[in-house]
Write a protein that binds this ligand. Structure first.
Ligand code: GDP
Length: 203
């Protein structure tokens, strides 16, 4: 079943973002990791999040509303090779400001390419989230690109690498936007969290 999702608005400043009056779920990852495709696949809408043909082009914070219940936030991708130092630093400032200032942030879905080793920039970003106690889950993307055994080996290695720095791993999901795989588990996790938060309101 698809959930009713609509584009809400885009912002260039965290201060302009909507009132934090419902649970919010953010999606982020390196440029080209498959973020737009995953958001489209999760909500069954082909062109909801524009599948960026020019990676890293959008530097805005894009809000979507699911039913009237929660926000999905598509954050600009990081690590795009052609970005200038200035663009990187403005990305850094904006996204970190976002993470530290959204009281309604329920979970950040950090997207990681399931087919390549964990990149330094991913590790640093995850480290930053952990240090600041921002709740996050890992979503491995493009699982259709490797043979099952290679995929498992690579993901096991990534988990192993992360466990060098962390006592335990956060929730993680293996997905393919091309094959629409893994999306039910991501959605179940997301809606369960949202239900808990909405249910607990005012208690
Ligand atoms: P974004 O920059 O993170 O938003 O990434 P996009 O969603 O634009 O995807 C980047 C590229 O990866 C595009 O060429 C997509 O077609 C491709 N892609 C995205 N998801 C998948 C996937 O699940 N499997 C495969 N094989 N390719 C994918």
């Amino acid at each position: 079943m698809n959930h009713k999702i609509n584009y809400h608005a885009s912002y260039h400043k965290v201060e302009q973002c909507p009132n934090p009056d419902r649970p919010e779920f953010a999606f982020i990852g390196r440029s080209n990791v498959g973020k737009s495709s995953l958001i489209n696949s999760l909500f069954g809408r082909k062109e909801l999040a524009y599948v960026s043909k020019q990676p890293g082009k959008t530097q805005s914070i894009n809000f979507y509303k699911v039913e009237d219940d929660l926000y999905i936030v598509d954050l600009p991708g990081f690590g795009y090779a052609k970005h200038s130092k200035k663009q990187r630093s403005s990305w850094d400032k904006m996204t970190k400001h976002y993470f530290l200032n959204r009281d309604n942030l329920a979970c950040v879905f950090v997207l990681i390419d399931a087919n390549i080793p964990l990149q330094k920039i991913d590790r640093e970003f995850i480290g930053w989230l952990g240090e600041h106690h921002i709740p996050f889950a890992l979503v491995f993307t493009k699982s259709d690109k490797s043979k099952p055994r290679e995929l498992k080996e690579n993901i096991d290695q990534i988990k192993h690498d992360l466990l060098q720095e962390w006592e335990y791993l956060p929730e993680h999901f293996i997905t393919s936007a091309v094959k629409n795989e893994g999306k039910e588990l991501v959605l179940k996790y997301l809606f369960n969290l949202a239900d808990d938060l909405i249910g607990n309101e005012g208690e």
